[in-house]
Design a binder for this molecule. Structure first.
Ligand SMILES: [Zn+2]
Length: 242
């Protein structure tokens, strides 16, 4: 009797497999968001690497952008865990970086903290707004005056000029007339999205004091990595340029 091939049994087996997979996921121990050390959400060495180290750069259009961390190593892994793996507990760990950056960007009482809005697709996928969540954990009261109008294509893999064209006209602002604002976002790469936010806010009559991000992609990383490699080879790793 070939009962094993009966469609109902096949379906039952599929369902049991699905349940087993889900149960396993619940039982699997958590690991460090920065280094995968088991049984801990964030280990102490990784937490130490998330201590704010504020850097301010001026990007095209004269916008001053302050960042709390460099988007590399543990910081990059922790932020990816928050953005891609649903590790919402990481938000409180990177919150000090955003708070320090916001203060460096000129945030003070009376200045609005305006997050770059999450696309509808990203919100549906995650169920939370990354920047808003970090800002709340940082004690920064957010004013969601920016809205996504037209959807832009995925920015990944695009160059600076392509990104600028891709996002142009995608944001609009309401209720910001006469306000002074600091824009906040999670990570800055080329700054195209931040510049679009500036354009929309200015069009709505706001004054943009600056921008604050949790982490910034290091400038000329490739050059630095090459330099670091050479220095390492010479046993001189402590004197990295810049
Ligand atoms: Zn760790």
């Amino acid at each position: 009797m070939e009962v094993a091939r009966h469609p109902a049994r096949v379906e039952l087996a599929r369902q049991l497999r699905a349940i087993a997979t889900e149960t396993l996921a619940l039982l699997l121990p958590i690991s460090c968001a920065g280094c995968d050390e088991p049984d801990i959400a964030l280990c102490e060495p990784c937490r130490a690497l998330l201590a704010p180290a504020v850097d301010t750069r001026t990007i095209a259009g004269g916008l001053r952008v302050s960042s709390g961390l460099r988007f590399e190593g543990v910081a990059a892994r922790a932020i990816r865990a928050l953005k891609a793996d649903g590790r919402t507990g990481v938000a409180v760990e990177v919150a000090p970086a955003l708070r320090s950056a916001a203060l460096a960007a000129g945030w003070e009482p009376g200045v609005l903290i305006v997050p770059v809005p999450t696309s509808r697709a990203a919100y549906r996928r995650r169920g939370y707004r990354v920047v808003d969540l970090i800002a709340r954990r940082a004690g920064l009261p957010v004013s969601r005056v920016l809205r996504v109008g037209r959807a832009s294509a995925d920015q990944r893999g695009l160059g600076r000029e392509q990104r600028r064209r891709n996002v142009a006209g995608t944001l609009s602002a309401r209720g910001a007339a006469g306000a002074t604002v600091v824009i906040v976002d999670d990570v800055i790469t080329t700054g195209a999205t931040l510049l679009e936010a500036v354009r929309a806010l200015r069009a709505a009559g706001a004054e943009v004091r600056g921008a604050a991000v949790v982490a910034a992609t290091p400038l000329r990383r490739r050059h630095r990595e090459t330099a670091a490699k050479h220095l390492e080879l010479r046993g001189d790793g402590a004197n990295l340029p810049g």
